[in-house]
Write a protein that binds this ligand. Structure first.
Ligand SMILES: Cc1ncc(C[n+]2csc(CCOP(=O)(O)OP(=O)(O)O)c2C)c(N)n1
Length: 530
């Protein structure tokens, strides 16, 4: 079959398409976005009607994919690691219902926080849900895992969690494709109550899931993605997970002197881990992200076997693995084959020149600083978070998607005035709407700025679910129409904007201000493609 140069994300997408995918469901988030974008662009998606439109958030994505699996078809859900927190309710319960058509959940983790607010490790979620997980060491393995993973999911009737990391998602390598499979026909579970998690049914299903755990361990012991490679020096044994194996091999082109257990499938293969522990004096764990395997091996008291890794300081407790720190952990000096020249000096990200968020912050902070000095601004996640930096220094918080409105509410409940929320249009529909409803229900004294650039700009300009609907959503949630004020954020409009802001802050109740101007990046792209 043909070989293509693919990003890790693209390898996952191509594998899903080749394996007879019927639908991908996702909300954008670095480093997972390219999976869905690749599927959207693939000719087969249009030709065979594969679902690929963006979902409103990760929870709706996860639920829709479970629905597709319910109907017997193969579905994939993709998200960045923090998206797992949003999807978690359905994700954990999907392990309880089990699946019908194959279901793969891709969580792309971001160790070192290249573009995230934390570096949580999604393997804890897979462990929590008690389902098998894959963690590829390279792009080909990512392809193979997804291609065969649907079958595995259908065999065990459970979802599979596929854990990626940024470096693998965003680097390219040659990937060999496998033959195209057809989509599944619509078909339903033989058990009509499988997906009804009433306590009486859920208890039975939970026992069944617990019973499956030994089979999952056996599958890991027999998995081609877990490999025990013996070495002559038994002073140390190495467990190398996912991309950690790649970094280790970079240091040992001639083969490693220590026994190595490569991990690509969880739960951990018990037999191979026992063999390594019995044969070696101490164990080094190489895992990108948090010390998931290390904690399992060490146990709570950390007595017994000697385990080295992130918990004892052999490797840093935070940040990514790389060939350098892996070299130090195995007592070697990493010799890069070539110097990487500095082509572009590092600089902090900034709002684009001409961006509407700039004009929104300029008008807003002028009014607040001069007329309402006790103000606080609760912001959210998107391009407008860059209002935290100079010259704006305009915001006081950014925690998780949707938290602007609800934190501003809590602060307003505490007596803060003015309490202002700034949220983007995509983040508003992702998880700001319910918080706004809380404010309406209690008539909270709050001013919400929905800075609408009619796209999901931060992640590259994907469609935004709220485009053309923001005012009607707010009216539907119960905001008084006269306190929904729309403005065009441009310098020439500053006086008019400032007057609107002044009036809505003075209003004691829920008001919404919508500065609306298309993102200059999507605008430029549209002009170029004309
Ligand atoms: C739970 C979660 N999902 C996805 C992301 C990735 N992400 C960060 S901001 C953002 C959307 C921003 O869109 P919008 O609110 O419209 O603001 P804009 O960037 O367009 O200004 C996304 C998808 C995230 N940080 N957290």
């Amino acid at each position: 079959m043909s070989k293509q140069l693919l990003l890790g994300d693209e390898a996952i997408a191509q594998a899903a398409l080749d394996a007879g995918l019927s639908g991908v469901y996702a909300y954008p988030g670095t480093p997972s976005t390219e999976i869905t974008e690749y599927i959207q662009m693939a000719p087969i998606t249009r030709e065979t009607n594969i679902h690929s439109r963006w979902s409103t958030n990760e929870k709706t994505a996860m639920e829709a994919a479970l629905g597709m699996s319910f109907a017997g078809k193969r579905a994939m859900v993709c998200m960045k690691h923090v998206g797992m927190n949003v999807a978690a309710d359905c994700f954990i319960n999907s392990a309880m219902t089990g699946t019908n058509g194959g279901l793969i959940v891709v969580a792309a983790d971001d160790p070192s926080m290249h573009s995230s607010q934390n570096e949580q490790d999604s393997r804890f979620y897979g462990d929590f849900a008690l389902i098998p997980m894959y963690e590829p060491s390279n792009q080909q393995e990512a392809y193979d895992m997804v291609y065969h993973g649907f079958e595995f999911s259908e065999k065990i009737a459970e979802p599979i969690l596929m854990r990626m990391v940024t470096r693998l998602a965003h680097s390219r390598s040659g990937v060999e494709q496998k033959p195209q499979k057809p989509q599944n026909e619509l078909h339903f579970s033989a058990d009509p109550k499988q997906f009804i998690l009433l306590p009486g049914i859920a208890r039975k299903r939970y026992k069944a899931l617990l019973k499956q755990q030994d089979d999952f361990i056996k599958a890991s012991e027999e998995s081609p993605y877990n490999k025990y490679v013996d070495g002559p020096n038994k002073k140390m044994g190495i467990i190398a997970c996912g991309i950690g194996y790649n970094y280790l091999m970079e240091n040992y082109p001639e083969g490693c002197e220590y026994p190595v257990l490569k991990i690509g499938q969880y739960p951990l293969p018990q037999k191979q881990v026992s063999k390594l522990v019995e044969e070696c004096d101490e164990i080094l764990i190489l895992e990108d992200g948090q010390p998931f395997v290390e904690r399992l091996l060490k146990g709570y008291l950390g007595r017994g076997i000697t385990v080295k890794g992130r918990l004892d300081g052999t490797l840093s407790r935070d940040g990514e693995l790389n060939p350098d720190n892996v070299a130090r952990a195995v007592g070697r000096e990493y010799q890069p084959k070539f110097e990487v020249p500095t082509l572009v000096e590092m600089r902090p990200p900034a709002l684009c020149e001409g961006c509407g968020h700039r004009d929104m912050y300029n008008a807003l902070t002028q009014v607040l600083k001069e007329e309402f000095p006790n103000y606080k601004v609760f912001s959210d996640i998107g391009c407008y978070t860059l209002g935290a930096n100079a010259p704006f220094n305009a915001i006081n918080s950014c925690v998780d998607m949707g938290a602007s409105i609800t934190m501003a509410k809590g602060a307003a409940d505490s007596g803060l005035y003015p309490s202002v929320a700034v949220i983007g249009d995509s983040t508003f529909t992702h998880s700001g709407m319910t918080g706004l409803l809380d404010c309406v229900v209690e008539n909270t004294n709050i001013t919400v700025v929905i800075s609408d650039n009619e796209t999901t700009a931060m992640t590259g300009g994907q469609d935004s679910a709220g485009t053309g609907k923001i005012e009607s959503i707010c009216i539907g949630l119960g905001v008084a129409p006269e306190h929904i004020r729309v403005m065009v954020p441009l310098k020439k409009n500053y006086e008019e904007m400032k007057q609107m802001i002044r009036e809505e802050i003075a209003y004691h109740g829920v008001s919404v201000i919508v500065p609306r101007r298309e993102c200059i990046q999507t605008l430029a792209r549209k002009k170029r493609s004309k």
